[in-house]
Structures are given as C-alpha cells and as structure tokens.
Design a protein around this ligand. Structure first.
Ligand SMILES: *Cc1c(COP(=O)(O)O)cnc(C)c1O
Length: 418
C-alpha cells in the first residue's frame, strides 16, 4: 500500500500560496522592523523537522516519556553552544518565547503581589516588565522607571529612588525601543543597594551581545532572558540563562511551573542558530548591524529628521516624526506601500495616543542579514524622506517600491530559494 502524503503545494494549495507570497514579500521589501530577521536555510530545515513529533517533558536525563535518545542530545547541544556563546553558567532553552521566559523569572523568584521594577512601556520597555495590561502588571506590584526628558536616556536617579521606595524583588533592564547601550553595571549597583535580583532581558540585542557589538550582561545580571528570533537570528523561541545557584529554581519554573513539553524542533533550530553565531562571520554581521543603524541615523538627521536620543548605539532608530508633520501610523502605511516596512511606535513623553503615536521604529538586523551595510543606508534614508514628503502620492510610492525591489534583487535574503 502506498500512503498518500503529498507535498504542501498539493495537500494545501491555499496555505502553500500564502507562504510563497510571503517569501516574495520578504524578498522584495526592505524589512526594517528591528525585532525581525531572516533565519538561514539550515535553521528553517531544523525547525521544520520531525522533531515536532516528539514529547519530552522534563530535562535531559530526567524525562517523563521514553524515546529521548536523540532529543536529549539536541537539547544538550543547544545548551552547550549557548553557554559557550554567552559565557553563561546555566541555560534553559525550553521557554516557548520571550514572554514565557520572562514569566518563568517571576514564578521562580516572586510571590503574587511582590514589588518589581521595570522600564515603562511608553519609554521603550516591554509589556512583561510589569506594564498594567500584562499579567506581570496585574499579579505583581510594579513600578516603572523612564527616561529623562532632556536626553531621552535612562534616568538612573529615578531608577535608584524608585528602587529605594518600592524595594523590588526584581529589577528589569532591557527594552524594545531604546536605541542606546544598556549600562548593566549601574543597574547592578542599584539592585545591590536594595537587595533585588537584576534581570537583563536582551531579547532585542542578543545577537549584538553574542557578536561583541553591545556590552554583555553576563557576570553582572543574576538572570538573563532573551528571545532567540530577533538579532540572534534563530527560530521563534525563548531562553533563560543564570548563575549556577539559581538554575534549579528557574528550571522548575519553566517546567513544570509554566509549560508542558518543549518544542524540540525549535530547540534544534536554536542549536543551529547558536552554532552559526559562534562562527567569526557572526561578529562581522553584528558590527555591520550597528554601523548600518548609525549610518542610517546620520543620513536621516542630515535630511531634517529627529531621532529620539539624537542617534543610536545599537540596531534601532526611533524617529520622532513631529517636525515632518506626519504621525507614525500614516507614515508606516505609506512606507509599507513603498516597500519599506517599519512600525509606528510611541516616543517618550508622546503627546499622541499609543494607537496613533508620533514615532516610527526602524532597525537594520534584517538588512544586515541579506548583506547590506552602511553604503545602502544612504538610499534607504533618501527613500524614507521622499515617501514621507508626499505620503499620499501613489506615484512616489510606486517609483520608490520599484527602486527598493531593484536594490533588494542584489541582496538575496538567507533561507529563501527563489
Ligand atoms: C520581543 C521581546 C519580548 C517578548 O518576546 P515574544 O517572543 O514576543 O514573547 C520580551 N522582552 C523584550 C525586551 C522583547 O523585545
């Protein structure tokens, strides 16, 4: 008997077509959303493998199901590569994504109602650092620090005074729209002063840390959490890393505290991505992300754009579009129509509402992954300027979209075989 097991294109032409169209979209457009990237063909293959078939609740050597001969090896490879990459003492690769990784930290070290401190969402923090619509803001007593109005940088005086006042169990550092380097040592001093654990969430910058393009929190923070799919360029997933003495509590928080079986196909993809990040060319990629962001920022400044903090140290730029007379949302729409994909974003002290804010957030990781660098950013800045000068003009959009496609054709992205 021959089993009928057709390829996706036959089995489900509807989904197959949507995937093909997404491949085209990702090939033809300049993807500037700073949390996005292109994984390699190798990462895609591992992620789309039979490892998705296997249940393996528990940890290597201590599982609740039989048949773990190969899964244990996959998970241990992912762990040992990440340890080597970051210099971490302990690594847990099972969190399903960045948010569950952060929840595991709360579950490991806090009781409901405990005080915690994180960067506020409007200043570029993440929901899971205690913002009120998140479970982390509902089940814990969260306080939020922000940035200074004068220079939009972290206000360490405020961090210290809030820490003294609230005595948080956890202090979070890390964010989603903060274009400057994190001074982990200053957070450490404050955490020590009030007896808090310091948690560095490096979701956005993990690839920069791994590639030596951003200072590392390892050896400073008690716990480091991350996603694996942003600058680190792995599959969608999360990790929690810590000093050895916290390992037991964190592992128990991930499983059985929060999750059931780990996503082994994702673990394999993380192992492959970590292997890629250990190669010397990954440092070159990380350095090129930062050099490109800086070049893009300078080109935009020279065209009269305003950048939050005046520039960038990392992979992202937060544009305050107020001087250009257009809010973030219509700007992001017009740019997308011209083949330039970013996202509208609040800026610190934004006078506008979160659903219709003043800012645009853009970044260079995906462009760097397709081989672009500072030289290409001059064109990107010009196109952004041209489109936003006439956001309703479909002829401008179409011309720019064509020029974007032409540039993109010279930089085929990883993972897409068109
Ligand atoms: C993206 C991000 C997360 C959450 O990751 P998800 O995988 O989307 O749950 C957490 N923290 C920070 C700082 C992030 O940027």
């Amino acid at each position: 008997m021959t089993r009928h097991d057709p390829p996706l294109s036959e089995a489900d032409p509807e989904i197959a077509r949507l995937i093909r169209d997404e491949e085209r979209r990702e090939t033809d457009k300049l993807r500037l959303i700073p949390s996005e990237n292109y994984v390699s063909r190798a990462v895609l293959e591992a992620t789309g493998s039979v490892l998705t078939n296997k249940y393996s609740e528990g940890y290597a050597g201590k599982r609740y199901y039989e048949g773990q001969q190969l899964i244990d090896q996959v998970e241990e490879l992912a762990i040992s590569r990440l340890k080597q990459l970051f210099g971490a003492e302990h690594v847990n690769v099972q969190p399903y994504s960045g948010s569950p990784a952060n929840l595991a930290v709360y579950l490991a070290f806090c009781q409901p109602g405990d005080p915690i401190l994180g960067l506020g969402l409007p200043a570029g923090g993440h929901l899971t650092h205690g913002w009120n619509v998140s479970i982390t803001g509902k089940y814990f007593r969260s306080a939020a620090y922000g940035v200074r109005e004068s220079d939009q940088r972290i206000d360490f005086d405020q961090v210290r005074s809030l820490a003294r006042e609230h005595r948080p169990k956890l202090i979070w550092c890390g964010g989603t729209a903060y274009p400057r380097a994190w001074d982990f040592a200053r957070f450490r001093e404050i955490a020590d002063e009030v007896g808090a654990k310091l948690v560095a969430d490096i979701a956005h910058i993990a690839g920069l840390v791994a590639g030596g393009a951003h200072p590392s929190p390892f050896g400073i923070a008690d716990v480091v959490t991350s996603t694996t799919h942003k600058t680190l360029r792995g599959p969608r997933g999360g990790v929690v890393m810590c000093r050895a003495e916290l390992a037991r509590d964190l592992d128990r928080a991930v499983f059985p505290g929060l999750q059931g079986g780990p996503h082994n196909h994702t673990t394999a993809g993380i192992a492959v991505a970590a292997g890629e990040a250990l190669r010397p060319d990954f440092s070159e990629y990380a350095a090129r992300i930062v050099a490109s962001a800086r070049a893009l920022g300078e080109a935009l400044l020279s065209r009269g754009f305003r950048l939050v903090t005046g520039g960038t140290d990392n992979h992202l730029l937060l544009l305050d579009l107020t001087p250009k007379g257009i809010p973030g949302k219509p700007a992001a729409r017009a740019l997308d129509a011209a083949g330039i994909v970013g996202n509208y974003n609040s800026i610190p002290f934004d006078p506008r509402k979160p659903f219709d804010p003043s800012g645009l957030r853009i970044g260079t990781p995906a462009l760097a992954s397709r081989g672009m660098g500072p030289a290409e950013m001059v064109h990107v800045a010009r196109w952004i300027d041209e489109v936003l000068a006439a956001p309703e003009d479909t002829r401008v959009r179409e011309r720019v979209a064509g020029e974007v496609r032409e540039l993109c054709a010279g930089f085929p992205p990883p993972g897409i075989l068109t």
